[in-house]
Design a binder for this molecule. Structure first.
Ligand code: F6R
Length: 254
């Protein structure tokens, strides 16, 4: 069941979602969180840092699994998603390093690394709360539009547009952005008990409209979220702009 919440702006979204995570951790201190990188969750991660500095959120028993990682660079690389998470979240809260899980982009055997990650998720009983962003082409994680989608964690060749949108992590030099990545598959994501998709800005409006009103299609990997029983889209007004005509949306909250 797809639920939609529209908020006034990115700030309101970050605040609401930080409260969601903090409340979930109060209810279940050993919560298993699935996390995205990208521009969208940055404010949320900083907000969680602020809540932590006020003693309002405790990550000491939480566990995290990030959605994806570039392949061919080590975790310590400046452009890695591991480094991104360290900068924006893990260094700001009391995450225990051994409870942070990441795909290793420097693993010698990519397929074995993907199997290891799936097994690690299963071993902890699955993901409780999976946060995801969405690419303007409808990708989730690094599940790019294709004729068919991989179900489970897999190695993927990145689209040119996806490499371009990550260029800032690599000093603005496109040729330094890895060509491949490792990513949870759509089935891995859909097995999480709860999925929350965050989207802000008008560049996301078209894929959000297709996700809500369109058919299930591997051309828009996010459309498969329609199959999940507990999925919520949390949007700002710009990302929800094309829904206004076709959906009865709640008024935007600030
Ligand atoms: C990154 C990820 C991607 C991003 C998506 C949106 O871990 O999973 O699918 O969520 O590319 O990126 P932003 O938030 O930068 O628009």
């Amino acid at each position: 069941m797809l639920r939609i919440t529209v908020l006034a702006d990115e700030r309101a979204l970050a605040r609401q979602e930080a409260t969601r995570v903090a409340d979930a951790l109060k209810t279940k201190p050993d919560l298993v969180l699935g996390l995205p990188t990208g521009r969208t969750p940055v404010r949320l991660y900083h907000e969680l840092g602020t809540l932590h500095s006020r003693g309002q959120v405790d990550f000491s028993r939480a566990m995290t699994f990030n959605l994806d990682e570039f392949f061919g660079i080590p975790p310590s690389h400046q452009g890695s998603y591991r480094t991104f998470m360290e900068q924006h979240l893990f260094s700001r809260v009391n995450m225990a390093p051994d409870r942070v899980h990441f795909l290793n982009g420097a693993a010698p055997d990519a397929e074995a690394e993907c199997r290891r990650y799936e097994a690690a998720i299963t071993a902890v009983g699955g993901i409780d709360l999976q946060l995801v962003g969405i690419g303007t082409n409808g990708h989730i994680g690094f599940n790019e539009p294709a004729r068919e989608l991989a179900g489970r964690t897999h190695r993927v060749t990145l689209k040119a547009s996806t490499r371009r949108s990550n260029v800032a992590l690599f000093g603005g030099e496109l040729e330094r952005v890895p060509i491949e990545a490792l990513s949870m598959g759509m089935a891995t994501i859909l097995h999480a008990r709860q999925v929350v998709l965050l989207a802000t800005g008008k560049s996301k409006a078209r894929c959000i409209e297709r996700l809500v009103n369109g058919p299930l299609t591997p051309k828009l990997p996010a459309s498969f979220l329609q199959l999940h029983r507990d999925v919520e889209l949390v949007l700002d007004t710009a990302a929800a702009a094309l829904l206004q005509d076709s959906q009865q949306l709640p008024a935007a909250r600030s």
